[in-house]
Write a protein that binds this ligand. Structure first.
Ligand code: NAD
Length: 486
């Protein structure tokens, strides 16, 4: 492919597209071929973006919530009007199916702007009674300044807009850095910002790797807060690098999410949802279930039906709307995920379907793509890396349990605490177990039902802080208590 056949992205700084002198390859995961060149930005580009954001801050933060809301709503309209273009681009760039991008990623990206455009209009602050020691006390919330936003590759535009929307709704200006592996839809969004009515410098997007562009943002003295979604390992580096500046941090990290299935669960509903919760988006969702605990009396039946349903979960070319799964993000990631299956075999576990058991037939042009079938493993010890580490691919482990207290303790026996799913028709048990699970989100008899007003985030190594609804406003503003003696 000649160079002019590549899609070449540019940074978006101060309302203008700015070419970068250094470019890097971006791959189409379903073919394994380079199709796009992405800026390999460093401290210089990040500094230019921070300066533009700083300059835009006084005017943008002085606008009324209603004025900002109008601009956010317009951007949502523009994304929706080009929904199909965004869907095709997200699927090609990330490897996910067009069906997933069409039903989940892009509608939710537009909705993120719509949600915060609406909720920013309805915030109230606290106010004390007039006679509190002869004083009136009240609070105001002020935007913080330039927000640094760093997002991962699994839900590219969805997770980036989940940060941009509340940050700018609250009156901050932003410098966003998407994952270097999935930059295209963020770049497409930049093409709409002027028409939406965003003044130059309110939203800046700098493309590049974590160690160069990401680190420059985290360690920039004029960026007082960082909202990061990504791995726990990167979060550690970010915490260290931002510590000298005492930055405000929101960290949304990895998970090792349990699904707990009691014998009285609605089996039909539970199996179809557990297939989705294990394998959706190739298992590349931080909320995917990767440890399935099943009450012993229904274990054999559950396992047989779960394997049968996983075999019906179709993997193939992302552009075919009948496929449930597409390709994994990269060759390295595919090797890493497959490595866990190899380890399971070494440890004497049993692989019931998928990797090494079933055959995946692909068209010739996709032979170099990063595909893998949904894989179910049993006979794995709780102490195994398969039950302790985040695999982030289409691999899940199934194991029996006997007692409620036992399963709670085993489910909590990992360093992560992002989400959990509980299946039972016993309402008392559902409440009891949900309260005892160490997870920021617990779904019962469902999975990934999201009300954006609810706090979203994890405990333990799954993160610090919560985003969503008023939690996002709390993060993206500073509260001030004002006392007036009368
Ligand atoms: P990652 O940590 O490798 O990268 C995430 C982002 O951080 C990317 O933009 C990357 O370029 C940047 N980055 C990397 N090193 C950096 C550094 N030293 N300084 C600053 N930025 C740096 O994660 P990933 O592989 O892109 O994403 C997968 C991970 O994200 C999984 O662990 C998954 O669970 C997690 N995730 C969590 C949530 C959540 O809401 N909790 C949602 C989606 C994904």
């Amino acid at each position: 492919m000649s160079k002019d056949k590549y899609l070449v992205l540019e940074n978006y700084i101060g309302g203008k597209f700015v070419p970068c002198s250094k470019l890097m390859d971006s791959f189409n995961p379903s073919t394994g071929e380079v199709y796009c060149k992405v800026p390999d930005s460093g401290p210089e580009e990040v500094d230019a973006a921070v300066r533009a954001a700083k300059e835009a801050f006084p005017d943008w933060s002085a606008k009324s919530p209603a004025e900002r809301s109008k601009v956010l709503n317009k951007l949502a309209d523009l994304i929706e009007a080009r929904l199909e273009e965004f869907v095709q681009a997200e699927s090609k760039d990330q490897g996910k199916t067009i069906t997933f991008a069409r039903n989940v990623d892009i509608p939710r990206s537009a909705y993120n702007f719509r949600f915060f455009a609406s909720s920013v209009l309805h915030h109230t602050n606290d106010c004390s009674q007039m006679d509190h020691m002869g004083c009136l006390n009240y609070t105001v919330r002020c935007p913080v300044g330039v927000a640094g936003l760093i997002s991962p590759w699994n839900l590219p535009l969805y997770l980036l807009t989940w940060k941009i929307a509340p940050a700018v709704a609250a009156g901050n200006t932003v410098v966003a850095k998407p994952s270097e592996m999935t930059s295209v839809t963020a770049w497409m969004m930049c093409q709409l910002l002027e028409e939406a009515g965003f003044p130059p410098g309110v939203i800046n997007v700098v493309f590049g790797t974590g160690p160069r562009a990401g680190d420059a943002l985290v360690s920039h003295p004029d960026v007082p807060l960082i909202s990061f979604t990504g791995s726990t390992a990167t979060a550690r580096l970010i915490t260290e690098r931002s510590a000298p500046y005492c930055k405000k941090l929101s960290l949304e990290l990895g998970g090792k999410n349990p699904a707990i299935i009691f014998a009285d669960a609605d089996m039909e509903e539970c199996i179809s949802t557990t297939v989705r919760s294990s394998f959706s988006n190739q298992g590349e969702i931080c909320l995917c279930s990767s440890r399935i605990f099943v009450e012993r009396s229904i274990y054999p039946e559950f396992l047989a039906r779960f394997v049968e349903a996983a075999r019906r979960w179709k993997t193939g070319v992302p552009s075919d709307p009948s496929n449930d799964n597409g390709a994994l993000i990269s060759k390295e990631h595919l090797q890493k995920v497959k490595g866990y299956v190899a380890l399971a075999l070494e440890e004497g576990a049993q692989v019931h379907c998928g990797e090494g058991v079933d055959k995946l037939i692909l068209p010739q042009q996709n032979a170099g793509g990063y595909f893998m079938l949904p894989t179910i493993i049993s006979g794995v010890k709780d102490s195994s890396a398969l039950m302790q580490e985040e695999i982030f691919g289409p691999v899940t482990c199934v194991t029996p349990f006997d007692e409620e207290e036992e399963v709670i303790s085993r489910a909590n026996g990992v360093r992560y605490g992002l989400s959990a799913t509980v299946w039972s028709r016993d309402v008392g048990r559902v409440h009891r177990v949900a309260r005892k699970l160490q997870a920021g989100l617990v779904w019962t008899n469902c999975w990934l039902v999201r009300d954006l007003n609810l706090p979203f985030g994890g405990m333990k190594n799954s993160g610090i802080g919560r985003e969503g609804g008023k939690d996002s406003y709390h993060f993206f503003t500073e509260v001030k208590s004002i006392t007036i003696k009368h």
